[in-house]
Ligand binder design. Structure first.
Ligand SMILES: Nc1ncnc2c1ncn2[C@@H]1O[C@H](COP(=O)(O)OP(=O)(O)OP(=O)(O)O)[C@@H](O)[C@H]1O
Length: 363
């Protein structure tokens, strides 16, 4: 291994992005704006956010396809953001990447596509063939070794992409919208394969997605990006079940439709005079939220529930009946069991503007 001139700071995380800014068009587009994120070894870390948020640029900074204007990026103990040309090949061998449109060589067979990085790394032909066979078996397409990409389905093409990205035994796999071109069934299969890459091979997976499904099924940690900045980050389950930033709320809402907009609240109030509360399943324990034994009768009037990393999340809006005192007691009981947002009554509404998601804001 060639000498690497710049070791990462001693306290650096496995992937350590510190104060990174990257602009384009002579500084007029700030694609990544003072971002600091740490990713631990073994994480499945998702960058989420809408188009143009800066996700791809950030990931391209991790494998040194872009150089930051300021800040540093280090991966597995070395600074990649200022690596010399001579070091880049070594660094990229350690960081595999897969793409939305697979980026396969159409004129080469599956086996030749997977062998390509090994050829670049000067592996002898015999060892190359053995490694390719091993990789194709791992991704489950041994029978397609001699096929050409045009003869494969989207899911099979992404399996080839994954096998090729794993060829040189990287420590990190970057996935840029890797399932966006696939149907839901194939998406689930590819997500399972990525989980296997993480669990069986111990590879840290960093993915970019605008899909809640991907985050729900795969990510252990997430960072939400908006306008070049990371606006919220943390453990996937707690962040998605208790989103604080409006961008995160919109993201969860777009998939789960669990929280009523102001307009929906107004329409619910026409049918229910009592107090409305939104209870998040985040605090409801591993198995869900117990609604039994409340001091006031509770009617579910809105909500959405799903799973993240095999634990329930989402929220339910309840209309509490009975008198004011029993409703207040029921709210206290609910607060013992879950995170509660009190929307008040029609005569005393308490809608927190920061919490609410207007129809306009939904994307
Ligand atoms: N090479 C470039 N030259 C000029 N502008 C760029 C370049 N790369 C990215 N940008 C701009 O930087 C901003 C962030 O782009 P980026 O692709 O990182 O966002 P994204 O969140 O990945 O979005 P998408 O999901 O659409 O790819 C956008 O405004 C984009 O147009």
């Amino acid at each position: 291994m060639p000498a690497i001139s710049q070791p990462a700071p001693p306290d650096a995380a496995f992937i350590d992005i510190r104060g990174v800014t990257k602009s384009f068009a002579k500084g007029s587009i700030r694609a990544v704006d003072d971002v600091s994120v740490t990713i631990d070894r073994g994480d499945i870390f998702g960058f989420i956010g809408y188009s143009g948020a800066g996700k791809s640029t950030l990931v391209r900074l991790i494998n040194a396809l872009e150089v930051p204007d300021s800040g540093t990026v280090s991966v597995a103990g070395r600074v990649v953001s200022r690596a010399k040309e001579s070091e880049l090949r070594e660094i990229r061998r350690d960081i595999g990447m897969i793409f939305q449109h697979f980026n396969l060589f159409n004129a080469r067979t599956v086996a030749a596509n997977v062998a390509y990085p090994l050829k670049l790394a000067n592996w002898p032909a015999k060892e190359r063939a053995a490694r390719v066979a091993e990789l194709l078996a791992f991704v489950g397409i041994s029978d397609k070794a001699k096929a050409y990409p045009a003869q494969l389905s989207g899911g099979q093409k992404q399996r080839v992409g994954i096998a090729r990205a794993l060829a040189t035994s990287p420590q990190v796999l970057l996935a840029d919208e890797a399932t966006s071109a696939l149907d839901p069934e194939t998406t689930r299969e590819v997500l399972e394969l990525l989980r296997k890459v993480n669990e069986d091979l111990g590879i840290t997976v960093v993915l970019i997605t605008h899909s809640m499904t991907v985050v729900q099924h795969l990510c252990t940690r997430v960072a939400v990006m908006e306008k070049g900045r990371v606006v919220e980050s943390g453990d996937a389950h707690s962040l998605l079940s208790n989103p604080r930033h409006p961008a995160t709320r919109r993201f969860v809402q777009s998939a789960l439709h669990d929280r009523p907009s102001e307009q929906v609240v107004a329409s619910i109030r026409q049918r229910h005079a009592g107090r409305l509360v939104v209870v998040s399943l985040a605090g409801g324990g591993e198995s869900g939220l117990d609604l039994s034994g409340l001091a006031a009768p509770a009617t579910v009037v809105y909500g959405g529930v799903g799973e993240v990393t095999d634990r329930p999340f989402g929220s339910l809006t309840l209309a509490l009946g009975g008198d004011e005192v029993s409703a207040a007691r029921a709210v206290e009981q609910l607060r013992q069991r879950a995170t509660v947002t009190d929307l008040g009554t029609a005569s005393k509404p308490q809608l927190d503007p920061a919490w609410s998601i207007s129809e306009e804001g939904d994307q």
